[in-house]
Structures are given as structure tokens and as C-alpha cells.
Design a protein around this ligand. Sequence first.
Ligand code: NI
Length: 172
Amino acid sequence: MKRPILLHPDPRLKKTSAPVSDLTDELRALADDMLETMYAAPGIGLAAPQVGLLSRLIVLDCVKEEGETPRPLAMFNPEVIAASDDLNVYEEGCLSIPDQYADVTRPETVDVRWMDKDGNEQTETFNGLWATCVQHEIDHLDGKLFIDYLKPLKRQLITRKMVKLKKERARA
Ligand code: NI
């Protein structure tokens, strides 16, 4: 089932999400819903607060090439446990901030630990687009958006555009 995606500005997008202590069927179903919502958008990552649930859960799939096998990942309690000194710049966007993009600098490579849908601990090294995406999504769990990395003026400009967009959508 697809779920509505919250748009910035929304107080729920600024909150810290709570760790998942008990992996319930409800949470597994939420992960499936989030993947469906992400693919439909279309996007490459989505965090639970973006659908209004303040639990530490993210989904991602950064396989973009046509014909390549998709790799849907659902991560409960994801944590960056190591980050490279080497940095990478990507033009980022966010499903909660539609049509707005900006360059963000982040570590090029990160080691991430998480719990999978079966409750098993996983650790993997991500780089390139995957590294950017997983860091962007984990930021959501701490109430942080990619525009928080931008200069205040640019951030305010984007936020003003989003306020306008939300008003237009509410009227439609
Ligand atoms: Ni986002």
C-alpha cells in the first residue's frame, strides 16, 4: 500500500525518531509500504518520518540503470559506524522537497550497521551514490534534511517555495 509523503516544512520531519526495539509484523509491513511508495514516487530512498512514523527505519535502492536487478534494502536502526575522510559531492533531492536540488558534500564511503527484516544484524560498506543516499536517509531519522547543509539564504528560498507549493496543493 502506498502512503502519502509528508512535505517540508512539517514539524514531524524535524523530530528524532525512536529506535526499533521490537520488530513487529506491522513494522515489516511498513517497510514494504515504504518501498512501494519510494518506487512509485519514483525515488531511491525513503525514511519512516517522511510517511509520518517516527521509527528508525529507512528503505533504499540506488540501482538506477535500466535492466539491472533492483536491490531493495530495508534497514532498521541503521547507524554509520565508520566514514571515510574522502568526500564526495552529489546533487541531492528529497521526496519531501519535490523538484529542489542542491550539491551536498558527504563522506565518500561509509560502513553502516543495521537490523534487517528478519532481525539479523548486517554490516556493509557503501560508496558513491549508495553512500550519499544512506547518509541522507539516516539524517531523516535525526530530523535533518539535506537543505540543512546549505547556506541559510538558499535554505530559506527553498522553504519559501515549498510553503507556496503546499498552499497550492491544499487549495487544489
Ligand atoms: Ni529525503
